[in-house]
Design a protein. Structure first.
Length: 277
């Protein structure tokens, strides 16, 4: 997303103004930390307004407000992410963006979002070599999956590509979105950056398996992560078992579990300082 902001800066779109976005995922952190540096340097005078929801991590809301962001909260149904919730957030963000001095940082429509992941794909191939059999990742917009694959292929790798979604909102596999609790994926409409002709398969993984994997990774591997990472790793382990030895599967670790403290992934399973699985 910093690539997107840099491009509009070069086009003189971003004068001192308010950035508007709606999301549950890393876009908030990416934009707001960029804006924070701009406040400190007093170069752009950007302000940040996030259309958020109580279906998302309370830790994220508190962190953004601590840095001075305006956070507008859309109510959810029982703390679940639903297609209807995403639609309401989108409508509210669009309405705000029409106000003078506002700019909508559209993670669902800008090609810069996909392009921003291409260097990561190149970096993966540089680190592991081109002999990568499969790349698997959960999709929200689809930018991380497809952009990373773009970079991997540009660097000489040609992995099979598997897209993941939560079983509770399996739009790509069943044609119907639904309520779920994994932030940043399963948005309830067709991911705008997904090219299905490049996919070998779309696989739906139960969200509870993702949360169990988060706790396993913390306890057994010292990897502290959020739900989409847990889903990625659970699916990658499934696929590794299916493919057998001698194959290389790559997936993504999306964000830190620190954003989800006090929520359903970790809090309900902590007893005497230990994580119960």
């Amino acid at each position: 997303m910093s690539q997107r902001i840099n491009r509009v800066r070069s086009q003189s779109v971003l004068q001192p103004c308010r950035l508007i976005t709606r999301s549950a995922a890393q876009l908030f952190s990416a934009i707001f930390h960029y804006c924070d540096r701009t406040f400190v340097s007093a170069v752009l005078g950007l302000r940040f307004t996030a259309v958020f929801s109580d279906a998302f991590s309370e830790s994220k809301r508190l962190a953004m407000q601590a840095f001075g962001a305006e956070v507008l909260v859309e109510p959810s149904e029982n703390g679940r992410i639903t297609p209807e919730l995403i639609a309401r957030m989108k409508a509210r963000a669009y309405a705000l963006a029409k106000e003078p001095g506002s700019y909508y940082a559209d993670q669902f429509g800008s090609p810069d979002v996909r392009a921003g992941y291409k260097p990561m794909g190149r970096e993966i191939v540089k680190a592991l070599g081109a002999d990568i059999n499969m790349f698997v990742a959960a999709v929200g917009t689809g930018a991380a999956l497809m952009g990373t694959v773009d970079g991997m292929r540009a660097a000489g790798a040609n992995p099979a590509v598997i897209a993941l979604e939560p079983l509770q909102s399996a739009l790509l596999t069943t044609g119907k979105g639904g309520p779920h609790r994994i932030e940043g994926i399963g948005v309830g409409f067709a991911p705008p950056f997904i090219d299905q002709s490049q996919l070998r398969e779309v696989r739906a993984i139960d969200e509870e398996r993702a949360f169990v994997m988060c706790r396993r990774l913390a306890r057994e591997a010292g990897v502290f992560c959020g739900g989409s990472t847990g889903l990625n790793v659970a699916a990658a382990i499934d696929l590794a078992a299916e493919m057998g030895p001698g194959k290389r599967i790559v997936t993504l670790g999306c964000d830190s579990g620190a954003k989800y403290l006090g929520g359903h992934i970790y809090e309900d399973h902590a007893t005497s300082g230990c994580l119960n699985i």
